[in-house]
Structures are given as C-alpha cells and as structure tokens.
Design a protein around this ligand. Structure first.
Ligand code: ADP
Length: 483
C-alpha cells in the first residue's frame, strides 16, 4: 500500500511527546513490512544540523492563505526500507526556538502555521508523481487535511485519496477565532456545526473527526471514553455520530529504541535472565541525581509533561505524605511553572530522597526507566501513554491510574494474579495514589512476588506488528468507504 503519513512532529526529527514516537515508529514498521511509505513534517530549526544528509527535493511552491501567498520548499531524506521523509521548508513559520511555543507561551500564529502545513500535505498528495492510496494524519495540527482534500473536488481534482485521522489527545483541539477559517480558502459549507465550526470558532480537531474516512485513537478504552460526556471535551456528540468509523488501536513500542540490551543510552545492559545491569543502573541514577546511594531502597520515577492531565496535583499530594516512608523519587519533566515549582519545593524538603530535573533529556529518560523499581503515572486521563509500556520492558513496575491506555496496557494483581505486571488504582485522589504506593512498597518487600511481576512486565509484548495489522484494516475501511 502507498501511505502518506503527515504529522507536526516525528521522532527522531522533532518531538514534544508520544505523538512523535508513534508516527516515527508507525512509519518504520509499515516500511519494514513492505509498504511504500512517505512521511511529511515541518522543517524545524536544528533538524538539518542533526541530519546533514537532508537534501533539496527541488520543489518550490506558493499556496494561498486568505488573500496572501506563502512560499515553501521541499526537502527530503531517504531512510531504511525505502521510507522517504519530506520536510516542508518555510522558515518564517518553522525556523523558531520551539515547536509550538516558547517560555510556555504558544506562538500567536499557530493556526496559520498548521493551516499552511495542512495545505502543503494536500498539495503534495495531489501533485507528487507518487500517488498515495491513503493519507494518514494526526492530531489537530493536520486535522484540516481531510476537509481540504474534499475541497479539492471543487478545484478540479475528482479523486483525492481517502484519509485516516488519528486522535492522540482530544484535549488539544486547535481552537481558533472563526475569522481564521478564511485562511483555508475553502467553501463556507465546511464551516458548519456538523463540520469545522464549534460555537463560532474554528476547531481543527473537529474538522478531522467530521471529514476523515476513518478515525482512530490510540487505545480501545480511550475510544470508548471519548464518546462520553465526561471525557468527550465537548466533542462526544460528533464522535458518537461517527462511531462506526472510530477505532481504538493501542500504540506499539519501538523496541529498537526502547531496549535494555546494547542501548547506547544505558550505562549497563540487562535482560530478564541477567538483571545485574538493572541494579547497576539504579546506582548510576542515584549518583547522577544526588540521591542517597542505596541499592535496597525502593526507587520510584516519573518522566512527564507537567500538565494537569498527568495527575501532577495528586502526585504532589501523595508524595508529600509518602516520602516520610523509606522510598526515593526522581522526576524528569517540564511544563507549567507552578507545577515545576511544586516538585522543586518538595525535593528541597526531602534532600537525598527526592530529586528533580526540569528539562528534556532522552538519555536521562532511559536511565530513569532502567534505574527505577517503580514508575508512577497517575493521569487524570491518558489516551495511550507510552512510558508505562517502556517501564514494563525495562522491568520497572508501573503504578498507574486505570484510565485510557494505562488500563489497556497494565495488568493488576486483582485482574490476573498470574500475569500481573503493575499496580492500578481507580479514584482520582492523592489518598488513592498514596495507597497504591503503599502496595508497591509491600510488593518490594516480597522479593519472590516482585520478581514475578518483573518477569511478566519484561515479557509483555507491545511490538508494532500487531498494531500494524489493525491500522492496515482501518486503511482498507477508509478506502472502501471513501466520502
Ligand atoms: P504525552 O504524549 O501525553 O506527553 P506519552 O506517555 O504518550 O505522553 O509520551 C511521552 C513521551 O515523551 C515519552 O517518550 C516520554 O519519555 C517523553 N518525554 C516526556 N517528557 C520528557 C522529558 N522531560 N525528557 C525526555 N523525554 C520526555
């Protein structure tokens, strides 16, 4: 199948979260299984210096944005298995210090930046000499592609390709002033309550839900949750209307990147039958983060965007109670300044026992996954979540709130004592999380059971081949039931 994947971020070129990991891994897996895959994303600052073999694709184009024209060029890079990555080079939009924001303030022209990117995706699929069978777009930044595709029918293109739209997080909708719809140069009939309009605003995510031939989200449970008022973020109605085209597919893990063996980002390798390296990584982590070096103390970790969704408030509450017990905690993350301060203040109260690194670091993320005994993920809601799956592979027992993809990927003792690999709690409260941490401490005190949990965790398999089959089925549905 010829598949065009378009996303505002793709690992290893650009990344702010799980979206980049998922699109990068999906592209690799599709190409490795013999499909003909092209990727397209914006050319952000720093990409060319990291990948100097990116070359010009000798293609310049101008696209209208309301009554002005914006110019861009195309660059490309050949990857393994015939996978081709394209980059939209438009310095005025993408050559900036951040991807979506700087100093926690979103760029004021984000609507224009991603309307333009969406137009580029449609332009490429129409004019490349390679015609995709399906165009797969992701999140609000490319949510307008399915609609712009249909608009092409008014512009003389009788058979634009079918589209698949994946929602990675319903809470980020790309909601902008209604007047910005003009920049799409599209028929007003699309700006209706059953289309891109949302209470007078332009809603890019809603447009994707309304006009894509197939819609997916990143876990089966989240697919059910978002059709309810509680999790629907105002879009449950439109999602219910399109329910027969909505599919929940759990993300896979790129086990080439997330491996405990021969991983250049880990000081010590290990595997399910040779766990000494994990213990050595724990000491490295304690040393690096200024924690008291003690192989026998249970060490908990979290790597996260510090946003309300991630359960920061209940985590701070639970930790301030639980750190009086014999345990350590390490955090890697960045986000809301209030939350950053919350963790830093708490770390000052518990020196040697809690450590915080505010910032972004892939090597430290791997070391935390490898060095910790438990991984805390108390999200309010979680479309899929990747870190709990990375933790499982690294033998680090996840302690998660039973929501979305966390519920789908972790097995609790109550569910199945034989294959249990994590600890779940249900109520969204600091008390419930503290209780789950106490369960973890009790598990740590029972070496036989702890070892069993670890073995089950490391054997859990979220590799892409299973996930891939499900996407291919959805692509077929999109192709057979094209708008
Ligand atoms: P989300 O996409 O909602 O942020 P996910 O769990 O799906 O959450 O994916 C987060 C991804 O981003 C993981 O690969 C995680 O390791 C990574 N990540 C998040 N914050 C940081 C950080 N501060 N440093 C390094 N990696 C991070």
């Amino acid at each position: 199948m010829k598949i065009l994947l378009a996303s505002s971020e793709v690992h290893p070129f650009s990344k702010t979260g799980g979206l980049a990991d998922m699109v990068g891994a999906l592209a690799k897996a599709l190409a490795a299984s013999g499909h003909d895959v092209h990727l397209v994303s914006p050319l952000y600052r720093g990409i060319v210096s990291k990948f100097p073999t990116i070359s010009s694709a000798n293609w310049e184009f101008n696209l209208p944005m309301a009554d002005r024209w914006v110019q861009a060029g195309l660059r490309s890079l050949d990857l393994s298995h015939g996978l081709k990555a394209f980059f939209v080079d438009c310095p005025s939009f993408y050559d900036r210090a951040g991807i979506y924001h700087e100093h926690n303030v979103s760029y004021p022209d984000n609507a224009s930046r991603y309307i333009f990117f969406s137009k580029c995706v449609v332009h490429l699929s129409r004019y490349m000499d390679w015609r995709p069978d399906v165009v797969h777009v992701h999140d609000w930044q490319t949510g307008l592609v399915p609609m712009l595709n249909l608009q092409q029918r008014y512009e003389g293109w009788s058979n634009p390709p079918p589209t698949c739209f994946t929602i990675h997080n319903l809470a980020y909708q790309g909601l902008f002033h209604g007047s910005l719809f003009n920049q799409l140069n599209a028929s007003r009939e699309f700006f209706m309550p059953d289309g891109a309009e949302f209470h007078g605003f332009l809603n890019c995510l809603k447009a994707g839900i309304a006009f894509a031939d197939a819609i997916t989200t990143v876990s089966p449970r989240y697919a059910r949750e978002i059709c309810t008022e509680e999790f629907g973020c105002g879009l449950d109605g439109v999602l219910r209307r399109r329910r027969e085209r909505l599919f929940g597919i759990l993300n896979g893990v790129d086990y080439q990147d997330w491996t405990t063996q021969k991983n250049p980002l880990l000081p010590h390798g290990y595997s399910v039958n040779r766990m000494a390296g994990k213990a050595a990584n724990k000491l490295e982590l304690q040393k690096k983060m200024g924690l008291k070096i003690d192989p026998g103390i249970p060490l908990f970790g979290t790597i996260s965007r510090l946003a309300e969704q991630k359960g920061v408030d209940i985590q701070l509450g639970a930790l301030s109670e639980m750190l009086s017990a014999r345990m350590q905690f390490v955090l890697l993350g960045s986000g809301s300044p209030d939350y950053e301060k919350g963790y830093l203040d708490l770390a000052r109260r518990f020196p040697g026992q809690m450590a915080v690194y505010i910032g972004y670091s892939e090597p430290l993320a791997h070391l935390i996954e490898a060095g910790c005994d438990f991984y805390l993920m108390p999200s309010q809601f979680e479309p899929c979540g990747l870190n709990q799956m990375y933790s499982l592979r690294y033998g680090t027992i996840p302690v998660v709130r039973a929501t979305g993809g966390l519920d789908d990927s972790v097995v609790d003792f109550q569910q199945d004592p034989k294959s249990a690999d994590g600890i779940k709690f249900h109520e969204y409260s600091a008390q419930a999380l503290a209780k789950a941490i106490r369960k973890a401490l009790a598990l740590y005190e029972n070496p036989t059971l702890f070892k069993r949990f670890r073995r089950s965790a490391m054997r859990a398999d979220f590799s892409w081949d299973k996930t891939l089959e499900q996407y291919l089925r959805v692509y077929e549905i999109a192709m057979s039931a094209h708008f």
